[in-house]
Design a protein around this ligand. Sequence first.
Ligand code: GLY
Length: 562
Amino acid sequence: MMRSLIFLLCMLSLDVLARQTGPKPYSVTKRIEARKYAVASAHPLASEAGTEVMKAGGNAFDAAIATQLALAVVYPEAGNLGGGGFLVANMHNGKTVAINYREMAPGKAHRDMYLDSAGNPIVKKSLEGHLAAGVPGTVAGLIATHAYARLPFARLVAPAIRLAEHGYIITAAEARGLNRHRDNFLRLNTRPTAFVKDTPWKEGDTLVQKDLARTLRLIAEKGAAGFYAGETAQKIVEEMQRGGGIISLEDLQNYRAEVLQPLRFKFRGYDVLTMPLPSSGGICLQQLLGMVEKHPMENWGFHNPKSVQLMVEAERRAYADRAEYLGDPHFVKVPVKTLTDTAYLQRRMADFTPGLASLSARVPAGVIKESEQTTHLSVVDAQGNAVAVTTTLNGGYGCDVVAGGAGFLLNNEMDDFSVKPGSPNMYGLLGNEANAIAPGKRMLSSMTPTIVLRNKQPLLVTGTPGGSTIITSMFQTLVNALVFGLDADQTVNAPKFHHQWLPDVVYIEKGFPEPVKHSLERMGYKFTSRESIGRTELIKIHGKGKLEAVADNRGDDSAAGE
Ligand code: GLY
């Protein structure tokens, strides 16, 4: 009786909270200082959803849920219900948690499902259309997160429903993205979608998503069953049947998020909490920091050729190990202890020659005994809870397929498996048998939501999208802040570089200093320019009562707080 009354009150207040007359104007804020709580995410309206629920008495977990749900509406390129993600948190009482809601290979998936009769990868098959989608994990992840939150789940869905139902004003970047994918949306979808209209999208247009609003209402009312069973599940399965996909009702009913402990290690006296497998991010970050820890980079300086070379060589070696050894630990034995052992990491750098480029062809994986489009949000609340969440559809707009009538895009995460062991994926990353496709297996990820503690208190809460560049962006974020002592804004926005073993080139971002590039060219390095690398969100906790949140300049990312 009491429970029904509470549910009824929740649904009534959900209606009030979701009511609004039209799209709300908003602006992007790149840096804020706050006293109580802060959120940094890929979109101002999503950061605002997070602060709205903290203002209403929620904590950082409530805010992380509300922000993700709002991103699923206002940032369709990567925010999602049809993808997956990871959460890393440090609670005010010192407890920690990591939640794995990575997508899974459907039950009918098999090792060679993306190969032609000659055994060669059919590249588009794991990237576009129904067959590219893994079983979505996001909603299960949000429900698992809710165990640590304070407010009723329905209250956390309200801002997203409001945004989907009444629409929101799209930015120039979003208009460009939707226009770029228009042909794919038309070709691959079996039902009309909100993402296609008769004329091209332009900045200032309003995007209304009625089908998505209905799905969000079902999730608000029924929790996980609003997605993995009943009407929504049926819509996903029917979409698969119409489009030649393989996700079944059983796959959806069997999906579970996994509650874990973060990977925890020391770096120069700080405690780093980050994501364990099936993300490669945490292990590689530990390797990278371990390989450079003893070198006096603070004396050499930020963007000094010696520092950049050392970091590039560490990256080369960590990515070689990633390709060889890492995969879903429920399916393969991964020698995590050995790969992150200090002596092993020193041995790994034994053939590093200062002033001379190594060759990836001569740097195999260590011998041991045993979209790019992703999005990150960081939250800190008034109690001192810190939450870092990275979620993804994999490519921008995932596989470009909307679950017909349900309004959300499905991921193309299957491409994060080694489609053919030894052949590169969309990020040019190589993988081996450890990351081969198997039913129910989770594809290896690079997502690296990370929290740094100083004297057991959160100091940095951070993460970024960027596919294979996520790990090297996090490496640079931590080294920038903890070794070079850059301020929060420079830590996030200084030009980045990236090496991933193969191809044997250093990717550099617009603005990377030319003289440093020329010094490294003389050492034998080859360079490729990229428009941008990552979109980092960072909250720095300066001490009691002072939070600084910085949203990356590279996108519409925005910070909010009080
Ligand atoms: N889809 C990008 C990643 O998970 O690493």
